[in-house]
Design a protein around this ligand. Structure first.
Ligand code: NAD
Length: 482
């Protein structure tokens, strides 16, 4: 009999909601079903909200001193580390990330809980300047029930990034993980209960976005939604939130420019461009999917990049030699392949890749080779739409003004990278780029201490850092007449 993983409401492990289609956790490297997962629908969404609403009003959580909440967060961090192998394995089996990347993400999730435990202990209220005969204070209070909705590409890090600050702020959380990767969130729910988090403060509801996800967003007792995922889903969630005047944090898609000026260290830049697009099979919101290279060094960079891309070992993600695993699902791999075919039909040239590997060991999996496309304009569909796969659009530019205009000609504004030997130019271009993050002579350097989020269609709000905890709190002014 196949294992069926249960969902978590109010500290109880439950079978799926009757009438709701179960989830089949599938290994994209082999096509085999890993296990089934109980799914929630609208009724279980309402039950989880009721449970979370009650739990966060209990003195045991509401009046818990920040130092005590921090102790629980530290214990969750330890629990995550103690479960490093099973957690990494669950993610690898569900989204195909290579083993060492899964292990690094477990470490990062634990570090996120530790960081917010520290923030929780040190957060204070403020005495604000008096403008009369009174004492005025600003205190920060939780919203109550908050919902975290996450995508499949890096579930452990995204879930930690939302749950840790929301708990530090004193909320109760309902996690709605992606239907592709429901299992790491369930394990996190168990770790949190074992760490002493009161029942109902963290509920985990796998299920379909349009079903349980939409029901949670629309529920009147849910006071904040923190979403990471695609721009179209984010827009729908934003519209539903507007109808009930609820704040939302939206971390959405990207089409980030990775820029090489002719005075850059080309070898370092080429390594960075390859890592920026091919790590995680390009399934990263900050993937540097548009590379702009100054015309004088364009041919040299193209040649080095193609060599670099061809040298990447695409393999089963549990194999030590694997540098790139499969895409997270067959449907997604086929979508990426079809976008590449359409681009080629529209005049783009495939310099490498643009197909699945021929290795028989990989034949049953959703693999796709590192792909470099040239010959398109920045305004073409392939350079404008988010592909979310190992596909780089490489384009030349003439000068700084041309570069800034092309880089900013996108609906997205998540991240960007600049390679140059001139710090003056790096500063000028960094300030001119419309992006929530700019990397200079590095790429994909992320820190839990630095706020992260998007400009334009890449999102609303900032996660991480101290702002990451204020996202889950509302300010209250208190005045004492003197
Ligand atoms: P998706 O938008 O399809 O799904 C994300 C989550 O939203 C899933 O849990 C899904 O079930 C849920 N969902 C979908 N429709 C919903 C609705 N109407 N109401 C409530 N919930 C709903 O995204 P995906 O395919 O899982 O992930 C890939 C996307 O995520 C890419 O666009 C990528 O750029 C983006 N992403 C962004 C960041 C970031 O930090 N900016 C990070 C990772 C991924």
């Amino acid at each position: 009999m196949m294992e069926i993983k249960k969902l978590l409401i109010g500290g109880e492990w439950m079978d799926g909601e009757p009438g709701v289609e179960r989830l089949f956790s599938t290994n994209p490297a082999t096509g085999m079903v890993n296990h089934e997962v109980a799914a929630a629908g609208a009724q279980f969404a309402a039950a989880a909200v009721a449970s979370a609403h009650q739990a966060c009003r209990q003195p045991g959580w509401r009046d818990m001193l920040p130092a005590e909440r921090a102790r629980i967060l530290y214990r969750i961090a330890e629990g995550i580390e103690a479960h490093s192998d099973p957690m990494s394995r669950l993610q690898m089996l569900e989204n195909g990330k290579v083993w060492k990347e899964c292990q690094a993400q477990v470490k990062s999730a634990a570090a996120t809980f530790r960081y917010y435990a520290g923030v929780c202990e040190t957060l204070g209220s403020e005495v604000t300047p008096a403008r009369g005969n009174y004492l005025s204070l600003t205190v920060y209070e939780p919203y109550g029930v908050v919902v975290a909705i996450t995508p499949w590409n890096s579930p452990m890090t995204m879930e930690a990034q939302k749950i840790a600050p929301a708990l530090a702020a004193g909320n109760a959380v309902i996690l709605k993980p992606s239907e592709v990767t429901p299992s790491t969130g369930l394990l996190l729910g168990k770790i949190a209960l074992d760490a002493g988090l009161p029942p109902g403060i963290l509920n985990v509801l796998p299920g379909w976005g349009h079903e349980v996800g939409a029901a949670l967003v629309a529920h009147p007792q849910v006071r904040l939604v923190s979403f990471t995922g695609g721009t179209e889903s984010g827009r729908r969630i934003g519209q539903a939130a507007a109808a009930k005047l609820m704040p939302v944090a939206l971390e959405l898609g990207g089409k980030s420019p990775h820029i090489v000026f002719d005075d850059a260290d080309l070898d370092l830049a080429v390594d960075s461009i390859a890592g920026g697009i091919f790590e995680g099979s390009g399934q990263s919101c900050v993937a540097g999917s548009r590379a702009f290279v100054q015309r004088g060094v364009y041919d040299a960079v193209l040649q080095k990049l193609v060599q670099r891309a061809r040298a990447i070992t695409v393999h089963l993600p549990d194999q030590a030699q694997a540098q790139m695993g499969p895409m997270a699902s067959f449907a997604h791999r086929d979508k990426v392949a079809s976008m590449v075919e359409q681009a080629i039909a529209a005049g783009a040239k495939a310099e490498c890749g643009a197909r699945a590997p021929q290795d028989q060991a990989l034949a049953a999996g959703a693999f796709y080779l590192p792909t470099i496309l040239t010959g398109m304009r920045n305004s073409d569909a392939i350079a404008q739409q988010e592909i979310f796969g190992p596909v780089l659009c490489l384009m030349p530019f003439d000068d700084e003004a041309d570069l800034v205009a092309q880089a900013n000609a996108s609906v997205f504004g998540l991240a960007s990278g600049i390679w140059t030997g001139s710090y003056q130019r790096a500063w000028r271009v960094a300030r001119a780029l419309e992006a929530g993050t700019v990397w200079i002579n590095t790429y994909k350097q992320l820190s839990i201490a630095t706020p992260f989020g998007g400009f334009k269609d890449s999102g609303i709000g900032r996660e991480k850092g101290i702002q990451g905890v204020h996202l889950y709190q509302q300010a209250k002014g208190i005045f004492f007449g003197m």
